[in-house]
Structure formats: structure tokens, C-alpha cells
Write a protein that binds this ligand. Sequence first.
Ligand SMILES: [Ca+2]
Ligand SMILES: [Ca+2]
Length: 388
Amino acid sequence: MLPGLSAAGVMMAGGKKDPAFKNLAALFAGGADGIMIDLTDKSTLFSDANGTFPVVNNADWVGLALDQHKWGGKTLAEYRASQPELVANGSFDTDVSGWNLAGASGTITWQSGRMRVTATTNSTPGASRAFTCVVGRWYELSIDIPIAHSNYTGYNIGTGPASGNTYTSGNIGNAPGSYKRFFKATSTTQYVIVYGPGVGGQYIEVDNISIKEIDGNHATQTSTARPTWASATNDVLFDGSNDCLSLVGFDFPSGDCFLSSWAKPTTSNRHIVGADSQFRIGQDTANRVFAVAGSSVLYSTSTTLNVYKTALLDKQTAKAELAVDGVIEATAASPPSTATTNDPAIGAVGGATPSGFLPGNIKRIVAGKFRVQDTMTAADFHANLIAA
Ligand SMILES: [Ca+2]
Ligand SMILES: [Ca+2]
């Protein structure tokens, strides 16, 4: 039994609870590190690595896929709502107290439940306030800009009140709206900063500035290495050329761990997910599923080309097993004791130089630092992995 597993998880392990992908979050209820990436859930996918633009249409880039292993089965909206607010007085109900003029000459004033930032000379004034976070964790900034200005409207996250702009969202111009972005904290004290236009008398107004911790092992990508949303199959398409999503910070340990996928490769001899030559799942030249755990290489008896199947590499100190669609098809008895600090990639084998790019579709990737079958059967895991 996984330490700290919830009662719901016990019910799920017996297969008595309604199966759903979110039930797999119970595996991580004890706080174990892991990955739960659902590429069938557009609410967790964004076109850019900053999470500024949601995935909407077929062929939209996927540059950020949120890991939900810490969400306890909640949706992103539910989890966001349950997280504490880190920005004090971001709704400006009665005043702008706590907000400070940042950088250039200007004024910040309260304006009917909003904060107004007005320039007094030909420079770009800002307003900032500090918030506390944990270095290396992910956060989400939300900001409403009811009044923008074509001369300049911007916002960012920095390590100082008017400088050290670690995460810049830049000039959004004359475009009022609601904006979001994700960022990984680089210092314990960070600042949210909003900028107005630089001509005397010009101003912007902002409201509902919020920062919530949305931590996890989120997967990111930039440029043409981003895979794309596939509306017809409700998942993400990888081009087999350079597409992959990078998972920075998740390391496979030498002890118990697992790696799993639900995917459809369309070309043989490619990778679905993996950290390096020691930890990976893919298919070989005979279209068998293969999984590697340390010194052990396991091959399925079934083949995978052009069909969606799940693969589970489940590893403990003295044994590694490969299950395909919930059925154990290969077992290795030699102790696979190798650990790795290489970052996994989805759609390739990761590390600093990903390779073996998958042409095909991926629906879900789940991994963790424990053995699945200490908690539930491979068949139950499969049922949850493919559940709605
Ligand atoms: Ca307000
Ligand atoms: Ca590409």
C-alpha cells in the first residue's frame, strides 16, 4: 500500500468507484512526486510556453501542458479556486494600498474599484507590489485590463519592483482584456508589475490581479518543436520531426517508479516518452512496445502501429514489468537499479538533446516515484488511464 493513499484510492484500487482519469490523482495523495499530463483536456493546454494563449482550434500549437498530479482530481478551475491568493489588494475594492510606483515618473490612483497608472512625463510609469513564493514552483498570474493604451500597456513578473523582469509579457498595446500567464518562481520575493503609457496624462486601468500557485511537473516547448492540437482525435499530434514536450525537474529514481503512456504511433522504431536510454517507452522496428528500465529491456507480444494502446512500465528494486492495455506482457527479473537526472520528454527521448521523435498522437502520460502495482492492478490502472 502506498503510504498516505486516500480512502478514495482504496476504493478505486478495487475497481468499485466510477473509473475516471482524475482518480489516478489518488496515487499521489501521499505527496509522491509524479506526472499526470492529460493531452485530451484542452483546459490544461496552452499554445505558448507562458500559458498566455489557450489551445482552441485544430492545429493550434501546444507549448504548455499542465501536470495535474497535485490537483487531487480537481479541474484546473477548481484547483485554482482552492489555492490561496498571493497578491494582497489585487481587486482594489476601496483603495490602492500596498501598491507602489515603480520606475519612472507617474501616479497610481484608485478609480472606482480599479488602479489607474498615469504618466506625468515622457517615460513609462509602473505600479508594483511584492508577493512571496517558493523558488522552482509554478504560478499563474491573472490580470484584467479594462483600459489599455495604444502607446504602451504591459505587465510582467520580476525580481525587483522596477527591474529584474524575469518574465516579461511586454506591450499588449491598445487591447483591453483579461490576461494570464504561468511562470516558475526564481526568487522567494517576486514582484508583479504593470506598466502604463509614457506621455504625460495618458493612463491605463487594471483590476483583479491574482497569483495562485499551480505547481507541478509541467511540460513546455517553444518554436516549431511544439506539437499541435488534433481536434478530430481529441489529443495532441507529434510530427516525428522535432516535436516534443519537455519535462524539466522530474528525475527517475533508482528504486520503485513507473512510466506510462496512452498513444498511437504511426511510424515504427520511435519513442513515445522517455528520459534517456535508461528510462523510455516506444516501439521497435517490429512495432512491438518496448520499455527500458536501467539494464532491463522489455518487449510486448502485441504490436502498436496506428492503434491507441496504453503501456505501463512498472519497476521495483528486483523486477520490472511491462503491461500493454492492462495485461502484463513482459517481466524482467534483473534489478534495474539505474537512476537518471535527465529530463524526460513526451514524444521523444529527452535530456538536453531529444531524439527518436514520434510521428503520431499522444493522449496521456503518467509517471511516479512508486510502483503502481503496490496500490492497484495493471488492469485497473489501464482502465483509469483511458477513462473520461
Ligand atoms: Ca475591482
Ligand atoms: Ca515541428
